[in-house]
Design a protein around this ligand. Structure first.
Ligand code: FAD
Length: 388
């Protein structure tokens, strides 16, 4: 355990580091990935460009450091991060490398503003935080259905909408499949022809457990004139075919249906954020009072439509097409808002939501305004953990 002086120094300097948080972590990634290019096979290289990854790392490190007296205060956040690490096959030997470059970056960005004693204190604090993650992750690896990657064959590839395609995965070894909690995801290791680094991404399981396949449903991230198309989703859509084999990590994630309550369940999804909620819906629709509300731009991009076939399902299209209007394919045009929500779902419920950040922020705001207690509000980010 760290001595008191070390802890005092770390806590006192958290604000200094936090102020320069992103500058430090941006510098950290740049230098580390230049000097240790093999690590590019572990990091999402697109998130290096858009700044999300440095931001997420900075927030995690400063949150941990500010609770250095009692790291149990960061347990929920540590849980989410550790689940992601396990799905990415992050190992104890990776931690010292991160530590080394993080300390170098602190020194280089802050220069004279920090002395040796401060750097030494941060080195010790980093070691303590790293040990916490290593031990949480060790427990998870031991409990995991398999460790690292297992090869799966693309048994079936099914187009679900203009943008979403499902992949049905069966283990190449012919062995059995683990159960998982509806809401969890798998990791995929993508070696894309002509792309120099291995890329890893998570995809939520979009069907109920208990089948002889795992299903993921992937949105094509098409990009624009200014923004390049998404690497892995484009590869999956355009290049990966039925019969191909892909390495998959075991189901993981702490966003799943709480089966210890019998409260009604309200599922709120935006766009491809419907995948984990679809799994929850299919698992629990016959057991509990479930409401499923899905928001999409229009019917053309609404995937897995025919699987939302229960009575308490509601479709909200931002800008319904003429065809949507003719088919009366939706319950509301525009957005999901609190006035509407409180008329269609009960307040005494467990709420789960997932979707684009704007949608998530709106749902979070609406549920808070309605007075839903925090412990009944659950959500998943389809990217580095952000803030709502
Ligand atoms: P990336 O290459 O990672 O790019 C991401 C986005 O950034 C794209 O929209 C791309 O166009 C844009 N971009 C590229 N270059 C730049 C640049 N220079 N500047 C700015 N923007 C740029 N996705 C699903 O489709 N279905 C799921 O069920 C699903 N479940 C998930 C579950 C979890 C827990 C998480 C964390 C993510 C999930 N995702 C899911 C998202 C998925 O993991 C990928 O992030 C997604 O497929 C995009 O990956 P990509 O490699 O195609 O795009």
């Amino acid at each position: 355990r760290l001595d008191e002086r070390t802890r005092e120094i770390v806590k006192a300097t958290v604000p200094v580091l936090a102020e320069h948080g992103e500058a430090i972590t941006t510098h950290f990634y740049k230098r580390m990935l230049t000097e240790r290019p093999e690590l590019k096979n572990y990091f999402n290289m697109t998130h290096q460009k858009d700044g999300k990854q440095p931001r997420a790392l900075a927030n995690a490190v400063y949150a941990a450091a500010s609770h250095i007296d009692d790291l149990s205060a960061i347990a929920p956040a540590a849980e989410t991060i550790a689940e992601k690490h396990v799905s990415l096959n992050i190992r104890p030997e990776h931690y010292p490398i991160i530590g080394e470059y993080l300390l170098k970056a602190i020194k280089e960005v802050l220069g004279d503003a920090v002395d040796e004693e401060v750097i030494d204190a941060w080195e010790l604090a980093y070691g303590e935080i790293a040990d916490l993650f290593i031990s949480i992750e060790d427990g998870k690896y031991k409990a995991s259905a398999w460790t690292g990657y297992r090869l799966f064959t693309i048994h079936k590839k099914v187009k679900e909408s203009e943008e979403i395609t499902s992949f049905y995965l069966k283990p190449e070894d012919g062995g059995s499949l683990p159960s998982y909690r509806p809401g969890q995801y798998i990791g995929i290791k993508a070696d894309i022809p002509d792309y120099p680094h291995t890329q890893r991404r998570q995809y939520s399981l979009s069907d109920a457990p208990g089948k002889d396949y795992l299903r993921i449903s992937v949105k094509r991230e098409g990009g624009t004139e200014e923004i390049p198309a998404g690497l892995v989703s484009t590869w999956l859509h355009d290049q990966v075919q039925e019969g191909d084999v892909v390495p998959i990590s075991a189901p993981a994630g702490d966003f799943y249906l709480n089966e210890s309550t019998s409260r009604p369940v309200v599922l709120l999804s935006g766009g491809v954020g419907l995948t984990p909620l679809m799994s929850m819906y299919k698992k629990t629709r016959d057991e509990r009072d479930v409401y499923f509300i899905h928001a999409a731009r229009n019917g053309g991009v609404h995937g897995l439509k025919e699987e939302m076939d229960g009575e308490q399902t509601y479709v909200v299209y931002e800008t319904p097409s003429e065809e949507d209007k003719t088919l009366a394919a939706y319950d509301k045009a525009g957005y999901v808002d609190l006035d509407w929500l409180r008329n269609v779902v009960p307040k005494e419920a467990d709420f789960y939501f997932c979707g684009p950040e704007g949608f998530m922020r709106a749902m979070n705001g609406a549920l808070h305004e309605w007075g839903i207690p925090d412990e009944q509000v659950n959500y998943e980010f389809f990217g580095p953990k952000g803030t709502l």
